[in-house]
Design a protein around this ligand. Structure first.
Ligand code: IPE
Ligand code: IPE
Ligand code: MG
Length: 220
């Protein structure tokens, strides 16, 4: 594969963890745990292929509506996985950014976010944006509010600068795993011109081969 056919920025809706667990008669959280390991591998695989930015949807504004034990399990897993993985991510040159509404997140989660961003701030290989408590509509509204508060005209370039992913170019490729053909309030503004690849593979089964085939579909 030539460098030219490798997307600069890949965004992923990591869907299907619950079904992966159900198929194995495991609790849904087991699927989310497996999903973290798959994300770790995916970060390495993207870096090895020359992808510069990876943006993943980890927890949506709507996911609060899930049963409280699943929500608290996801919050615990998020904080735990971050503290466990950040040293290796730092060593690998990965820079972390967290995208989403901070209000409503626990002190523990906020602390793990702040630490992960601070520790990886100087890194410059792959940029990993984790969308957590994120919604595309929230993003558009917060951008418009920011402009209004500063008395700046609402234009496309000003909006783009005020949006949550203004530090990276728009995604070239958006992948959704898990077989659903919808965007579920992901990067509504930023994916205006992205290629979409929808795959049936459940996120915990998404391996290097699945990544390569999504990239090949994009290149074609
Ligand atoms: C995606 O997997 C992960 C999160 C939303 C946190 P799901 O939990 O939505 O898994 P399915 O879609 O029910 O299989
Ligand atoms: C999208 O998956 C959100 C994340 C992957 C974090 P969902 O499973 O929450 O989306 P719906 O419910 O299928 O729209
Ligand atoms: Mg789902």
């Amino acid at each position: 594969m030539t460098a030219q056919s490798i997307p600069h920025h890949i965004a992923i809706v990591m869907d299907g963890n619950g079904r992966w667990a159900n198929k194995r008669f495991l609790p849904r959280i087991a699927g989310h745990k497996q999903g973290v390991d798959v994300l770790k591998r995916c970060v390495k695989a993207c870096d090895a292929r020359g992808v510069r930015v990876l943006t993943v949807f980890a927890f949506s504004s709507e996911n609060w509506k899930r049963p409280t034990d699943e929500v608290s399990g996801l919050m615990d897993l998020f904080a735990f996985a971050l503290s466990r993985e950040v040293p290796q991510l730092k060593a690998d040159g990965v820079r972390l950014h967290f995208i989403g509404e901070r209000q409503g997140l626990s002190a523990r989660v906020l602390k793990s976010i702040d630490q992960a961003e601070a520790v990886t701030r100087e890194n410059s290989s792959l940029t990993l944006n984790v969308c957590f408590n994120y919604g595309g509509r929230w993003d558009i509204v917060q951008a418009a509010e920011k402009l209004a508060a500063q008395g700046i005209a609402v234009t496309e370039p000003h909006m783009s600068q005020a949006m949550a992913l203004s530090h990276v170019p728009d995604p070239d490729l958006v992948i959704r795993t898990g077989g659903e053909l919808r965007i579920s309030n992901f990067l509504l503004w930023q994916s205006a011109y992205s290629e979409f690849v929808f795959v049936d593979t459940l996120w915990p089964d998404f391996d290097d081969r699945a990544l390569d085939s999504a990239i090949a579909e994009f290149s074609g």
